[in-house]
Design a protein around this ligand. Sequence first.
Ligand code: UD1
Length: 423
Amino acid sequence: MDRIIIKGGQPLLGTIPVSGAKNSALKLQAAALLTADELVLGNMPSLADTRFFCDLLATLGNPDGGSVDWPAGTSVARFRFDRIGSTFASYDLVRKMRASFNVLGPLLAREGEARVSLPGGCAIGARPVDLHLKALEALGAEIALEDGYVIARAPRGLKGAEIIFPFVSVGATEHAMLASVLAEGETIIENAAREPEIIDLAECLTAMGARISGAGGTTIRITGVSRLHGAHFAVMPDRIEAGTYALAAAAAGGDVLLHGARAGHLSSLLQVLRQSGARTNIEADGVRIAREPGRPRPVDIETRPFPGFPTDLQAQFMGYVCTAEGASIIRETIFENRFMHVPELMRMGADIHIRGNEAVVRGVPLLRGAPVMATDLRASVSLVVAGLAAQGETLVNRVYHLDRGFERLEEKLTACGAKVARI
Ligand code: UD1
């Protein structure tokens, strides 16, 4: 099994190209099921998750093959679902990657039926899908749960409806959008998530002929159309990847241009980075982060839906403030079990106490490299952030978690002078 070895203490200097956003790409891939024409997605990040989603999609497409074409080493993927061969997504497929559940809405919208496994829990919490199912029911789907599967039917097609979410869910908002673009009549989604990935999905669907307004705000209106057509669309830059490297540069010190990063997607992070003593500069082709050697200032954060501080950067932020000159309080409000990186950071000498959904991080002068274990995608990269700043060698085990979400991580860091290798 691959491991990553980091010799810490080197400043990061140079340019890091930001890849396409995993979390957006996965939903755009699901959107490909909505049309019989070709959807061409550019700027696709080649990751375990996006590749896996292609394998899943191929099982749903034309049984004679040719539904998905994404040559290795390229960032352009072509999807053509001229026929849907199957409306079944097995437990094995959905268990491996929760985002697989997003095929339910498109299959239902296009074929009037689908049988998709419930995802089950994951390392960061229970993560139910009740809001997804309520949205589909509001659109007129008949839903039954049998043996761990969602059996959904809409024999007379989906009908536009008002969907009011009791709290913000990125996945449920996206699922409601994917299902309602082909529904008859108008759908209004209230208390919609405002994440940039929602706008990306709306723009891609619009390029395919959908009629959507309000994406990026709390109310999204969708007027159903009878068919969608093919399109070419480029996936937005990954704000979580960009934010991770911003935190890595701040933690290790140095000066890095995050090429392609959009400052507007990172405003809450950039603000706390400045509070901690890092310099941020918005440039024509990206965002620059620099920090002089020395300890950062402590900063308190609370994770929130966009435009608040993203939960997907919480672990990396904690890795950064482990060496701050004072205590930082980190409150996680999105997922109930997202502090699994804490014991691993403590193995590196961090001083962290958890009380409920809060972690109190008392800065220590220095972290020391240690063998550590990756537990989920974002937790594992927080260990890389900490390892880059630490003295000595950090060995990160179970790096398959990293491969789910970070494209060419060692290559990008090494190009900036980091001592990182896969063994
Ligand atoms: C997406 C992202 C994930 C990110 C999260 C929050 C993808 C593939 N994943 O996950 O990286 O951390 O947004 O920004 O895009 N919930 C329910 N019922 C539901 C749906 C959600 O109770 O039906 C809860 C979740 O358990 C969680 C909260 O709502 O506590 C927010 O989750 P949600 O925004 O839906 O996250 P995901 O879409 O799963």
